[in-house]
Design a protein around this ligand. Sequence first.
Ligand code: C2E
Ligand code: MG
Ligand code: MG
Length: 398
Amino acid sequence: MQFNELTVMVVEDHGFQRRMAMRLLGELGVGKVLEAADGHQALEQLSGMAVVPEVLLVDLDMPGMDGIEFIGHVAQKKLARTVVVASALEPALLNTVQTMARAYGLRVLAAVEKPMTTQKLADALSLFDTAVDAPTDDADEEITAADVLEGMDRDEFVPFFQPQVELANGRVVGVEALARWRRPDGGVVRPVHFINVAEREGLIDRMTERVLEKACAWKVRWARDGLHLKISVNVSMLNLGDVSAADRYQNIVQSHGVDPHDVVLEITESSVMGEAASALNVLARLRLKGFGLSIDDFGTGYSSLAQLSHIPFTELKIDQSFVTGAPSQPRKRAVIEASLELARKLDLRVVGEGVETIDEWQMLAELGCTVAQGYLIAKPTPGDRIADVVAHWRRPAV
Ligand code: C2E
Ligand code: MG
Ligand code: MG
């Protein structure tokens, strides 16, 4: 998309700054630039429009209705899909606003620090394409238990694999298996659309075991070609309700000739587990059999310190929400540092998730994180392309 196809509305109380922003947008060749001197005026204009602007450039610090309240109204009334926040405020607050907007279903392209320049605005607006045109697999229709069951019967659920790389030397040491639903029409559906259904409908055991089985089969195939990778498989807390799970996983792994020491089970919690006896029973026995245990999405939801204190984890995965943007956000960096410190004391391997930029890679390396995983290295990839991805990956020169 060219900037001349964009309509941008500037919402800014300060006359000089508003005119300045409009002039810069004009210089960038933005197709149409609209203005509003405060949130009320902007809402009134937007509500009357047949087609709302692609982007709102919003000053946060305005008298009367501030930019945060304004963004809340915009999101609730669906008056825009993307905003650029302009402010001279502290990064932590900008980050809160960004998270809030996302929770409302809006996309914040960027937070532009004042004073504005054409370069800063160009950088922000150039993100518009990826924000809006990002390929979505959003299954439009509600996925039902019958759909999932049918997909399972047709063997349409397969793992894709995402490399895990040692930060110290750039070596690919393992892959995480991430479930994908390959639909007959060629579409690929992400787990966010079916894991909940599988959990709710009692299909999650079958799902997890299929993924584990296929991941083992791929591991053996790669090893035959000289590529030795550990595999990580996601396990839902609901998988641990039945104490026979430990034996079933061991059987699957052994039947492929895979050593449990080369398999990490990533435990995510979507609900309170507390100290459910069966889950502790299964996890302790899996550990006894040699499986690695990873606490996934550490620091979010129920993936907490309590879990860390009573489950024999061997690995901690720092959630991507802390990694994204951490190099410029002291609060996120502090969370990462504290997690690493904790992990050192507990002798856990640490994987940083969602590493997308060289800055994030470098920060994790400097802080002494063990392993990185994220789009910077590779997106989740079908098993037959992993050897290729590994062969072509080069550690960033930092
Ligand atoms: P997770 O285990 O925390 O997996 C990481 C997710 O982050 C994956 O999403 C991955 O594609 C995505 N990701 C990786 N690197 C980046 C990055 O650099 N940037 C961004 N924005 N995202 C990145 P995915 O594959 O959609 O999986 C979502 C979640 O679904 C997983 O989160 C996991 O909790 C669950 N899941 C996936 N496969 C299975 C499975 O076989 N069984 C169970 N129970 N849950 C699964
Ligand atoms: Mg995981
Ligand atoms: Mg995670």
